[in-house]
Design a protein around this ligand. Structure first.
Ligand code: SAM
Ligand code: SF4
Length: 348
């Protein structure tokens, strides 16, 4: 309450408003989901995301503060954003992340607050995250074999990540825990049995994400994409699968094992793009609004937040950016241009 009071003093009371026009792009898509990158820094160096060395970090003064993020989510919440995912870089390397979770939940407009993490710091923070009101969590684990995990992430951290996964699964407040694995041809195939065993015994859904051209080394090549359809065929050699009905705007096609034990999902942005019902916006750690993972333009909100622009002014910048939301990505088209930012600097 004291924060809300301080803001009211700062900016004057928010004008009472008619039910605000929901955020809609010029292709008729309602935008209701926001991914916030809270930092571009990370304690891993996954090959498909960051270079081994030589990243240029955003200066600390150029990173949105928790107050600024809260204000933006407040504005976005009043025009139809009701789902937020915190991501990065690695969100748990940013100090006091539970404080941000509490602030966002305290706004009362976000029904679904989720976190994507590499899990390394999760064991330490699981209880505080749940206590602050986090609804869901995705843990990225690309290999369940220690040396292969090391090869891909360039960190010998699998035991620590699995301890984090266990810790978060023990938190009753967190309604859903999922494991995400980036699928890479020539790497992932040999572990399908192991990932299926995890999905069947742990109670968390395991999802394979197709490798996208957002890597720091800029060495992505279509031949490295192990598609969801191919993975399904490989898995069905040893487990029958039944498709679960897809929720609107869901990125994953989800299948249950036919014997009822566990679920597995496929996120296939390269081979089966789901742009036509994309409802997402992204906010980078330095306050740039992006309307697509592959956007070549972004809208600066950090400047306006700091130069005294009022909420109505910021709302109008957001609406204008959303009107220009790309119809689809062009990964599979000649002339595709990889954005300058890596996945770690966008927020996956
Ligand atoms: N550090 C956290 C993590 O790894 O979960 C959050 C940020 S990370 C950028 C978010 C997700 O993007 C992770 O699941 C990661 O595996 C995925 N990712 C990163 N680079 C990718 C790429 N080039 N293609 C597909 N997924 C990618
Ligand atoms: Fe870090 Fe996540 Fe990128 Fe891996 S995928 S380097 S953990 S931001």
């Amino acid at each position: 309450a004291s924060r809300a009071a301080a803001r009211a003093l700062d900016q004057g009371p928010r004008k009472p408003r008619m039910a605000a026009e929901p955020l809609t792009d010029s292709h008729g898509r309602r935008v209701s989901d926001l991914r916030i990158s809270v930092t571009d820094r990370c304690n891993f160096r996954c090959q498909y995301c960051m270079p081994a060395e030589g990243m240029d970090w955003i200066e600390r003064s150029g990173i949105l503060t928790y107050e600024e993020i809260e204000r933006l989510v407040g504005i976005l919440g009043s025009i139809g954003i009701d789902a937020v995912r915190l991501t990065g870089g690695e969100p748990l390397v940013r100090r006091e992340l539970p404080e941000l979770i509490g602030r966002i939940k305290g706004l009362g407009t976000i029904r679904d607050l989720a976190l994507t993490t590499n899990g390394y710091l999760l064991e330490r923070h699981a209880e505080a995250l749940a206590g602050a009101g986090l609804d869901r969590i995705n843990v990225s684990i690309d290999s369940l074999e220690r040396d292969r995990f090391f090869r891909l992430t360039r960190r010998d951290a699998l035991p620590q990540v699995l301890a984090g996964l266990e810790a978060v699964m023990a938190q009753p407040g967190i309604g859903s825990v999922k494991v995400n694995a980036v699928a890479i041809r020539g790497f992932t195939e040999v572990e399908l049995h192991r990932f299926c065993d995890l999905a069947r015994t742990s109670g968390c859904q395991v999802r394979f994400i197709e490798f996208m051209p957002l890597d720091g080394d800029r060495s992505w090549d279509p031949s490295q994409v192990l598609t969801g359809a191919e993975l399904r065929v490989l898995i069905e050699e040893f487990h029958a699968l039944e498709e679960v009905e897809r929720e609107p705007s869901a990125t994953a096609r989800v299948f249950r094992f036919a014997d009822g034990q566990g679920e597995i999902g496929f996120i296939s942005p390269v081979s089966e793009p789901f742009c036509s019902d994309c409802n997402r916006l992204r906010l980078t750690a330095d306050g740039k609004l992006r309307t697509c993972l592959f956007s070549l333009n972004e809208t600066d909100l950090l400047g306006p937040l700091r130069d005294g622009t009022d909420d109505a002014g910021i709302e109008s910048m957001i609406r204008q950016a959303v009107r220009g939301k790309e119809l689809r990505h062009r990964i599979n088209e000649p002339g595709f241009q990889q954005p300058d930012r890596t996945m770690s600097a966008i927020g996956g």
